[in-house]
Design a protein around this ligand. Structure first.
Ligand code: SAH
Length: 269
């Protein structure tokens, strides 16, 4: 495997949300390490890694020791430009779904330009709708539709294997956004928070009351993949609509001051 492919694998993190069984954390770490992946992030595990975790890790202890333990998903996704969520079910709400090979190709290609994440849900109930709305894509491992749910670590293994296969072949997906300044997860959360506040302020309504609207807006911006300047332009417009020149102190902070129309020059490049 080339050094570049190895470096790209190093920028792919597996995020496990609220795991119930510490053993599964260990088995997931083992699955990752066998495939040359090294980054594990845990969001609010029901039980912290313990002796059972280390037993199931079977030597992947280093991944467990280095694993981040986060209170929330925001912190686990810090700096990520692409998020792909693993789902055992094909959701009724329309969301772009990739097969494992496509997902691996995109994660790896995009990892050449920054940090990326694969999200895994709870053993009992998978990912919530709010969590899935943080994903640019879902990945579904084709399974028996009558019995579609793999063990958590088995799902991690399948996707990690696909990543290794692609890394070895050196084939990168053509579907890659190479812009270096793509908005990351926190930039997008800032925009969504600001949108919700503005919608309330201008009397459009409370987006918290409409799940369909929330999901649609999330899907729109996940598909568009705005860069930081675009986010700042949008936030500048929102601030103006709220009757302010700059986002207020209570709004989630943009990464740069929001521009006004006067500051914003448009070019075709
Ligand atoms: N009972 C849950 C599934 C939990 S399995 C449900 O019905 O949603 C734990 C996690 O493993 C899932 O949230 C998902 O991230 C992953 N997983 C399990 N089976 C999968 C599959 N067929 N495709 C993609 N991910 C899967």
């Amino acid at each position: 495997m080339t050094q570049t492919s190895e470096e790209n694998l190093g920028r792919i993190r597996a995020v496990l949300i609220e795991t119930s069984h510490p053993g599964n954390i260990g088995a997931a770490a083992r699955a990752l390490k066998t495939m040359g992946l090294s980054r594990l992030e845990l969001v609010a595990p029901r039980q912290r890694p313990d002796a059972e975790t280390l037993a199931r890790a079977a030597g992947a202890d280093d991944l467990i020791e280095r694993a981040g333990i986060h209170d929330d998903l925001d912190s686990a996704l810090e700096g990520c430009r692409l998020v792909i969520g693993a789902s055992a079910r094909l959701r009724s709400i329309e969301w772009p779904v990739l097969d494992p090979a496509e997902a691996a190709g995109r994660l790896l290609a995009e990892a050449a330009h920054g940090e990326v994440a694969m999200l895994f849900g709870r053993e009992s109930s998978g990912l919530t709708n709010a969590e899935l709305s943080r994903c640019h894509y879902l990945v579904h491992i084709p399974t028996n539709p009558e019995f579609s749910s793999l063990n958590l670590a088995a799902a991690v293994q399948v996707l990690a294997y696909e990543l290794r296969r692609h890394a070895l072949a050196g084939t990168l997906s053509e579907h890659v956004d190479e812009r270096p300044d793509l908005a990351d997860a926190a930039d997008l959360e800032g925009l969504h928070g600001h949108l919700a506040a503005t919608m309330r302020a201008v009397g459009f309504g409370d987006i918290e009351q409409s799940r369909t609207l929330q999901i649609r807006l999330r899907r729109l911006f996940n598909r568009a993949r705005p860069d930081r300047t675009e986010i700042n332009i949008l936030r500048g417009i929102l601030s103006a609509a709220q009757g302010r020149k700059r986002p207020g102190r209570d709004d989630p902070a943009p990464t740069e001051p929001a521009p006004t129309a006067k500051d914003t020059t448009c070019s075709d490049d």
